[in-house]
Ligand binder design. Sequence first.
Ligand code: NDP
Length: 300
Amino acid sequence: MPQAQIIDGKAIAESVRDEITRRAAALLETTGKRPGLAVVLVGEDPASQVYVRNKDRAAEACGFHSVKHTLAADSSEAEVLSLVEQLNNDPDIHGILVQLPLPGHIEESKVLRLIRPEKDVDGFHPVNVGLLTAGERDSALVPCTPAGSLVLLKRTLGDTLSGKTAVVVGRSNIVGKPMASLLLQESCTVTIAHSRTKDLPDVVRGADIVVAAVGRPEMVKGSWIRDGATVIDVGINRIPAPERGERKSRLVGDVAFDEAVGHAGAITPVPGGVGPMTIAMLMVNTLTAARRLLGLPEEE
Ligand code: NDP
């Protein structure tokens, strides 16, 4: 059986980050300013702590001004809102990211809506959602995971996205919906599938491009993939791996990789596919936000 090209998200993310590092250095030289990223963590969720640390380190490695704010889990909503307000008004901060999930007593949407849309580097503010949906992605900040998935598709397929059929499995606000908007803007014919979709295997079989963002380990089977299709697996699922020893686990995607690799033309692995792109695109968004807030053209 022919084997798919493996899309190396790690290498592509590294090249994106190198480019951002170069552009941040150029910005510093011409304006004396560094792109500034503030990451806000409320509470001590271990996974969130790892994400925040990785984002902070990546920003520093790109030469950004990076600030981490850690608030206690029992901080009041008013305290979190007041910190966001302070960051909104800080001229050295161009990107604000509030790590989700927030503790239950804090209304997430209230916090996300207070972030100035121009500094909303996660792309979750309704203004950015609206701009993307209206086809104005050049003035929006686009959510990092779908933006990174699109970079992987473009690096793999070049300028051939137009007219292709794409199926996005999953309709979350963070991945599925913005991914569908991006693909539509690339003139793909887009279907969004979800838990109520009938005959999902047949729907997926119709696709030249499959983006799986479901959160169910290896749900998309190899036999669902049309021969030669490009598969972007957004899923990150930890499953037990007794073959590696007692209480060991491993990461798998939403696509049954070992099966799909025999059908797809190209496929992202998990780990090492979409995952590394998410942080790289956060760096892209922060630099973009900085240039816009400084009144500079997007490209130097
Ligand atoms: P959500 O749980 O918010 O959304 C999952 C979507 O999958 C929903 O729209 C749901 O449908 C759909 N779904 C669930 N079960 C089925 C099914 N049996 N058949 C068809 N559709 C189904 O997840 P996210 O979008 O936040 O994340 C998706 C995956 O991507 C997760 O594994 C997550 O860990 C990963 N992820 C990875 C990132 C990265 O950096 N690589 C970043 C963000 C997420 P419905 O709406 O009908 O319930």
